[in-house]
Design a protein around this ligand. Sequence first.
Ligand SMILES: Nc1ncnc2c1ncn2[C@@H]1O[C@H](COP(=O)(O)OP(=O)(O)O)[C@@H](O)[C@H]1O
Ligand SMILES: [Mg+2]
Length: 588
Amino acid sequence: MPVITVLPSAVADQIAAGEVVERPASVVKELVENALDAGATAISLAIEEGGRTLIRVSDDGCGMDADDAVLCLARHGTSKIRSSADLAAVHTFGFRGEALPAIASVSRLELETARSDGAGTRVVSAGGAPAVATPTQRRCGTTVSVANLFFNVPARAKFLRGARSEWRAISDALVTLALVRRDIRLDVTHDGRRAFAASPAATLRARIAELWRAEYANSLLAVDDVSGVIHVSGLVERPADVGTRTRRTFIAVNGRAIRDAGIVRAAEAAFRSTIPAGTRPSLFLDVTLPAGDVDVNVHPAKAEVRFQDRWTVERAVERAVRAALGNFDAGAGFGRTFFVTSELGAPVQVDRDVLQPIDAPPLFATAADAHAAQAQIAPYDAPPSHADPTPSAHPAATEAIPALTQLRRTYIMFEHEDGVVLIDQHSAHERVLYETFLGQFERGDAPSQRLLLPLTIDLAPAELDALERHRVDFERVGYEVAPFGGSTVAVYAVPAPHRRFDAERCLRDTLASLTGDRVASTAARHEKMLATMACKAAVKAGDSLSDDEMRALFIALRDTRLPAHDVHGRATIVQLAWSEVERRFGRA
Ligand SMILES: Nc1ncnc2c1ncn2[C@@H]1O[C@H](COP(=O)(O)OP(=O)(O)O)[C@@H](O)[C@H]1O
Ligand SMILES: [Mg+2]
């Protein structure tokens, strides 16, 4: 027969401590959150030996009277909620009434507190023994000192890391708190030396400038977007900077810093095609939504939340970050401004379609074969449900653009008010085609050319397999391919993004790059395929471009969402500022 006893509260507190008090950093977090909940505007901390010997947190908050000073160490003693109904709309960091008793049960805790300057209370407790209160004098506010963490639980003490690594965890926790509550003054000493100080900041950017460097803060892009009831704001790294420095992620939901892999993944998805695969951007995001749509009581240390509708939250985050990347002045300190008409540019006739004509025959090999190829092509005869392939959308127009010069058959150079600009013709065309393909793919209106004589292509088994897997996707971009027996396929129709497009090579190369590839999400698979197609279909370094082609590329790049990056996240544009030129010539 089992004999059940209800555990003494000291034991219950130690068990709870296992969840709340993992290491010194978790004590710091709980104590600072209590100070914030008490309305503190300035908090100072003294830490010794990475918090192993001492954590002292002093605040100028509302303080406690003598009764509460004792009660706060009792299990589930909280002033923040009264009933389960309050849980639904809890706006304080704490609400479980567990932290102080849990911390007290595994340390020597001393608490001094006063509701106003003058008469206060001092409470001492060792290892969760009943607290003793004595009167004391102090200013309004509270000081909690936690000494010798885990002194009475050797099994837990063993798991403490060295002072250096515990200190690192504490400073991470403090940085997070400083980012959540930017209005608070923080002063921190470690082993008697000033380690960390932050004065109240008006904005997230200002706080980041204080915690790291102004230069770092200024390099981040602002996010600010509303989807329905969800507001996403904050700062993210520019694609060009991703991977070049420490990665930092900070996610707050309704003013509470949390860990949330789903939100991070959604934000990262917005970066796809702007940064190299495998690199991850720094993110500082605040997500705000109605309190009823999120449950904050799912984790003992409140480090995670549960969303009623996670999918919608993640889409809102992705959309917001995407919008931020689309708006930014990209590249090394310049961006769309370079495409804005300047006095340097004289109005010229621009045939926008010269690089994206759909009336011209695709070339299957070299220019010399063009004539032969043309003979194979019949007029496009798609069913009427397809969009009209006649290029009428962008007739030749007069636009002011700068004079463009091709260098080394690789770069397009032009001058601008602020400096000399080089565009990489391949990268730029790749970006243009990628966005074109993506749009056509989403709308299902990719223009296609029917071939009079089908093209037969021999494929390796892995390529055949890739074609089978991506068949529908290839159809969506304008290829019509069917098995022709054995390892041969017949191509009946091909996309026609521009005159130089080599449909056969593009198909082969794209297939080759997709072999053995099993990208998880459908969207990611499509994006990868379209990126590969764009890369294969783009003009190459070494292709000589006519004036019309350069102008068309210039305008098409200007009109993309992310002009400064190719699909691999490399720069499409490089600038040499006049100020730099002047400095080099000693004119400045
Ligand atoms: N720094 C502080 N200033 C004022 N009151 C505090 C402070 N720290 C704790 N308290 C009081 O003690 C109670 C218990 O704190 P805690 O155990 O952290 O639980 P919770 O924060 O979940 O309520 C709080 O609800 C609050 O009333
Ligand atoms: Mg608390």
